[in-house]
Design a protein around this ligand. Sequence first.
Ligand SMILES: *[C@@H]1O[C@H](CO)[C@@H](O)[C@H](O)[C@H]1NC(C)=O
Ligand SMILES: *[C@@H]1O[C@H](CO)[C@@H](O)[C@H](O)[C@H]1NC(C)=O
Length: 131
Amino acid sequence: MPTTIISLILLLQWSQGTAGASDAEQEPKILWRQISGSATMNCTHNKGINYNQMYWYRQRPGETMRLIVFTSTYAEADFGDVDKNKFDVHKKVPEFGSLTVKHLNSNDSGIYFCSVSEHSMAKAVECCTKT
Ligand SMILES: *[C@@H]1O[C@H](CO)[C@@H](O)[C@H](O)[C@H]1NC(C)=O
Ligand SMILES: *[C@@H]1O[C@H](CO)[C@@H](O)[C@H](O)[C@H]1NC(C)=O
């Protein structure tokens, strides 16, 4: 079987909460990896220590952008219904975070985005009990 190489592309980054801001930086911009390997992507920003939340998204070819994980400096990473065994995340300080995609397969090829946002108290409000 020929060795298959997949690409993970980091193209865009943006910040939530501030109009037009684009001062989050992802490194590297493009990664080529072999199937079954792993790939680590870094995201840094200089928006200040209040921006201690970081979201990682992925857009696969032909699909819409989907959230992989929500990370923050103050809580456990939240993968939602995404398989957390596929990923490692690091989020220790506000200005830096990383995402590692493990056990790469052809489905992991795509564009990865990081987004940072400010921790707002409104987020802490839990809503609604069903009766
Ligand atoms: C990502 O961050 C880690 C930890 O700081 C560092 O060792 C690594 O070189 C960085 N990778 C890139 C591509 O910047
Ligand atoms: C890729 O994703 C499709 C659809 O989600 C799935 O059926 C398939 O098994 C996946 N392939 C691999 C190698 O994980």
